[in-house]
Design a protein around this ligand. Structure first.
Ligand SMILES: [Cu+2]
Length: 150
């Protein structure tokens, strides 16, 4: 009786060791959509750069109202479903494929409201660097591109 309990216990531990890490590795990352960040910049995603792994999710949260998060189509990797969140709504990006992803807040893109998500390796870095965002969006995007991890 005692032995079978020990075996059962040992089996449970072994199964947990095999099964749990597969779920534990998928992380949820939060990006806030804000009127002002801690540094005093206006109309921002915070953070403006997020590094995640394939299988993770990135949740965009409307900490302040009247923002949204959606794909910048010009540089969105082919074969990946675009993201288009409603105004003042949460939206989740399922990071499944490696690469760099640029999202914007539609009404504030001209004010530089842009965010860069790196999933695994930056396989499309050249395309992202070639993309000509305008005005403050370009300045902010260049700043985020400088944070990309090779
Ligand atoms: Cu906005």
């Amino acid at each position: 009786m005692k032995l079978s309990r020990q075996i059962l216990f040992a089996t449970s531990i072994t199964l947990a060791a095999i099964i749990v890490p597969r779920f534990a590795t998928a992380a949820e990352h939060i990006v806030e959509m804000r009127n002002k960040d801690d540094a005093g910049n206006t109309m921002v995603f915070q953070p403006g750069f997020v590094k995640v792994e394939a299988g993770d999710t990135v949740k965009f949260v409307p900490t302040d109202k009247s923002h949204n998060a959606e794909s910048v189509r010009e540089v969105w990797p082919e074969g990946v479903a675009p993201v288009k969140g409603g105004f003042s709504k949460e939206v989740v990006f399922n990071a499944e494929k490696e690469g760099l992803y640029v999202l914007k807040c539609a009404p504030h893109y001209g004010m530089g409201m842009v965010v860069l998500v790196q999933v695994g390796k930056p396989v499309n870095l050249d395309q992202i660097k070639e993309y000509k965002a305008t005005g403050l969006a370009k300045k902010r995007l260049d700043g985020e591109i400088a944070k990309v991890v090779q």
